[in-house]
Design a protein around this ligand. Structure first.
Ligand code: GDD
Ligand code: MN
Length: 372
């Protein structure tokens, strides 16, 4: 006996989640309401949220056969979560939306119509005429304005909301773009548009809702991550956004470094002592800022933060030996040219630190992550 043929979904709604357990049932309900009469599915990609979101999705899946959960245990990150969801989707049309009810499912039928009418990508805009943005604080709104200007300038577009997280396109177009997209980049929509600048894009206004449960994970870092993403794209992907961020933090750290270096020498310290003091202060600065900005996805907190700082100091002290001794040799060879000598030491140091700490402190083979 063969099973009755299944109807393939026409629309796959891909929802990345991190700690959204309180929102899952609500999303399903409103999708079921708006998409009644269509073949659709919900694909939730959860990064092993500690609040048990994945279990809630599986429970939902036990009751409805159009719900699936991808629980990712070894991966983190909004962009790559969306990519995974798209690769697992069955529908011809992909809709990407937040898992926190800030995006209104009621817009989806209009999005589908606009796709049908020949647009290649259709997005929900928070800022288009007719839109409302209850969910954005004033500060958030200002950050968004800056981000939008920067993004439009870079893309050569005039989108009202180039950083939206709510959009629809064909599975074909999305799959074709994935090899070019950067999984650890910041904005999926921005990335998709960047690689499809010749296609027709249509924005539709919607009402950005207040978050009902849980908290927003993308806020202050938005502009920083956006800038790193743009630099990465300018380098044609040669420099991954994370490395750009690490070097960026390092550059800011080196401003501190030079300030302390020159100040200590002014106070009478000999060059190698001044360079060593500056290196240590810059090291603590770099660790703390990288933990928040570069590795915000895998940020260490509490005890893990201090263990991380300790491990980082250990890794860095190897770098410091290489740094100070190279700098000292350069200093003597260059007849006391402080700036070039210090820079030579720093470059060696930064490369060593990124490669090793990226793996051992924050990365997948982190020595600090408890096996759960
Ligand atoms: N799988 C996975 N992994 N999901 C994540 C991760 C992650 O590392 N980080 C965040 N998410 C999920 C959240 O659970 C939520 O469903 C969605 O991604 C968006 O995260 P929010 O934390 O709700 O972001 P937001 O509301 O502050 O940001 C909004 O504005 C941005 C533009 O400024 C969203 O609409 C974004 O999509 C949008 O790009
Ligand atoms: Mn949100």
């Amino acid at each position: 006996m063969t099973a009755p043929p299944k109807t393939l979904p026409e629309v796959s709604v891909v929802v990345p989640t991190y700690n959204e357990v309180g929102n899952i049932a609500g999303i399903y309900e409103s999708l079921a309401q708006t998409l009644a009469g269509r073949a659709w599915e919900l694909v939730v990609v959860d990064d092993d949220s500690p609040d048990g979101t994945a279990n809630a999705v599986r429970e939902l899946g036990a009751r409805h056969d159009n719900v699936r959960c991808i629980q990712r245990i070894q991966e983190r990150g909004l962009c790559s979560a969306v990519h995974w969801g798209v690769q697992a989707a069955h529908g011809e049309v992909i809709v990407v939306m937040d898992g926190d009810l800030q995006h209104e499912p009621a817009l989806i039928p209009q999005m589908l119509e606009a796709l049908q009418a020949g647009n290649d990508i259709v997005s929900g805009s928070r800022f288009l005429e007719g839109a409302a943005e209850k969910g954005l604080s004033r500060r958030r709104r200002r950050l968004s304005d800056w981000g939008n200007k920067l993004t439009n300038r870079f893309l050569g577009t005039t989108l009202s909301d180039p950083l939206t997280g709510f959009f629809a396109t064909s599975r074909r177009l999305f799959l074709k773009s994935i090899p070019m997209m950067q999984a650890d980049g910041f904005k999926v929509f921005f990335d998709l548009v960047y690689h499809n600048r010749a296609v027709t894009i249509r924005e539709l206004p919607f009402e950005f809702q207040r978050r009902r449960h849980g908290e927003s994970k993308l806020d202050l870092y938005m502009l920083w991550l956006l800038a790193c993403d743009i630099v990465s794209k300018i380098s044609r992907g040669l420099l991954p956004p994370r490395l750009v961020s690490f070097v960026g933090v390092g550059l800011i750290g080196s401003i501190f470094h030079f300030a302390i270096l020159y100040a200590s020498m002014d106070l009478g310290a000999v060059f190698w002592v001044a360079q060593a003091i500056a290196t240590v202060v810059a090291m603590v600065f770099n660790f703390t800022i990288n933990n928040v900005l570069t590795f915000s996805d895998e940020r260490l907190r509490g005890a893990a933060f201090y263990k991380g700082l300790l491990l980082y100091s250990l890794i860095a002290s190897v770098g410091i030996v290489a740094n100070v001794s190279t700098a000292q040799i350069a200093y003597m060879r260059l007849n006391g040219h402080t700036f070039i000598a210090a820079t030579t030491g720093l470059v060696i140091d930064v490369i060593w630190r990124f490669v090793v700490s990226n793996r051992l402190i924050w990365g997948r083979s982190s020595l600090l992550r408890k096996p759960s």
